[in-house]
Design a protein around this ligand. Structure first.
Ligand code: URA
Ligand code: CA
Length: 441
């Protein structure tokens, strides 16, 4: 058996055997199979698919292509992952809340990619915060405090690193078996035993349509079943940024506002819903109502905010940002953008808003760019809101006037108004787990 026969079999739509999958994944991780053969196989998989058994095997072998963490955190290691959004800071809200309710949240997060923000970049806006910790420290913090959020360790699922980079440049990202195995292999390798996934649907999400999102969710739940690691998926809309704050320090501030009980809205709603699934997966609650009530109580009593402070301090950051968000980096130019026309906000181009923040310096334009933690904007209107002339649409936080003016133009171009009333965007649409699909109103 060699790589040519593996490509040949997939070209002819045959299911690959475990030996074939092992050969391909190992060769990808070790660098013994050249890019062109991997690329040919990826395209054959993209076009001809993989059945559930193959996809589970691929996930398992990718997870085991590097070091696998098997942490003793004094409970079930929990993880959550979002397929990518704008203004999506659920991790920073739910990790401390779940920890305050007794959960053990072991979270390896990514950096920003394109127009979407990365949790690790956001955390680094907290003065002193370390996100590159050795495994022992990472596990120790989860055991002691209940949550820790770090960057991905270098040796985590190396086969995925190689394959993902190739997929990115060969039009083979949009394959459900490849996406599922890519996401779950990293979660399994980082030691998570129960996983909650937020599958985003909408323009600009990885899955633009609901049937695709549902199919991705079902595949990931099924892989979890086969590999005995419970996976549940929440399908949520991404028609506009989830939170109102877009930008690294601004998103940390919004998470703190929610933990302080000062802010409501879709970011809090989705974070609590995902958090409730984690508490249920860990067996810490019996019903969804019970789980939601516990999480709200952690906000009301301040125990969630206290956990966030402890986590920040354990990771070398300044925990006082939780009492005074003015200690986070502040932009020199802060000014509103006013509406020029009246109407109802009927569409928000989330990708364009993410890109507007990226151009202000909140994200990287190239791999080696340095992020400006202070910049971004705070949206004051959501889809469905009535807007009058001179209403504040958003507040810009910019490095200088030129950048503020450019952002203003980009944000205006991303918003569409209609004279007739429109309904707010749908948020949490379905829950997919071992019991099946549950549509949510
Ligand atoms: N995120 C991943 O980690 N992998 C994919 O393939 C897509 C999104
Ligand atoms: Ca993310």
């Amino acid at each position: 058996m060699d790589i040519l026969s593996v490509i040949e079999h997939k070209k002819k739509k045959q299911a690959l055997t475990e030996e074939e999958i092992h050969l391909f994944v190992q060769g990808a991780a070790e660098g013994t199979i050249p890019d062109y053969q991997l690329a040919a196989l990826l395209m054959a998989i993209r076009l001809n698919g993989m059945d559930m058994q193959e996809t589970a095997l691929l996930t398992d072998h990718m997870a085991r292509s590097g070091h696998m963490l098997c942490p003793d955190v004094g409970g079930i290691p929990l993880d959550k992952h979002s397929t990518g959004g704008v203004g999506d800071t659920t991790t920073l809200v739910l990790a401390p809340l779940v920890a305050a309710c007794g959960g053990k949240v072991l979270k390896m997060s990514g950096r920003g990619l394109g127009h979407t923000g990365g949790t690790v970049d956001k955390l680094e806006s907290i003065p002193g915060m370390q996100v590159e910790l050795d495994e022992e420290t990472f596990v120790h913090i989860v055991r002691e405090i209940g949550c820790c959020v770090v960057g991905q360790s270098k040796n985590l699922a190396p086969a995925d690193k190689r394959l993902y980079a190739l997929r990115d440049v060969t039009c083979t990202v949009d394959s459900i078996p490849l996406i599922s195995s890519s996401i779950l292999s990293k979660k399994f390798a980082s030691g998570a035993k129960a996983i909650v996934l937020d599958v985003k649907v909408g323009s600009g999400a990885l899955m633009p349509t609901y049937p695709d999102a549902l199919s991705l969710a079902k595949t990931m739940v099924e892989i979890g079943k086969i590999l005995s690691r419970p996976v549940s998926c929440v399908i949520s809309g991404m028609e506009e940024p989830l939170g109102s704050h877009v930008g690294n320090a601004l998103e940390v501030k919004e998470a703190i506002d929610i933990l302080q009980g000062k802010a409501q809205g879709p970011l809090k709603d989705v974070a609590l819903f995902l958090g409730s699934r984690m508490l249920l997966a860990a067996g810490l609650c019996d019903t969804e109502d019970d789980a939601m009530a516990k999480l709200q109580e952690a906000i009301d009593t301040g125990s969630g905010l206290q956990k966030f402070k402890e986590m920040i301090a354990a990771q070398g950051g300044n925990p006082h940002v939780c009492d005074d968000t003015g200690l986070l980096p502040q932009a020199p130019v802060i000014r509103p953008v006013y509406a020029k026309e009246a109407g109802f906000l009927c569409a928000t181009d989330g990708v364009a808003l993410g890109m507007a923040a990226q151009k202000m310096g909140a994200g990287r334009m190239t791999k080696d760019d340095i992020i400006d933690p202070a910049v971004g904007f705070v949206m004051k209107k959501r889809i469905g809101d009535r807007v009058e002339v001179r209403d504040v649409l958003c507040i810009l936080h910019a490095r200088d006037e030129i950048s503020a003016n450019e952002a203003e133009q980009n944000i205006r171009a991303a918003l569409t108004f209609s004279p007739a009333p429109v309904s707010p965007a749908r948020l949490i649409r379905a829950l997919v787990d071992e019991k099946g699909v549950q549509d949510l109103p």
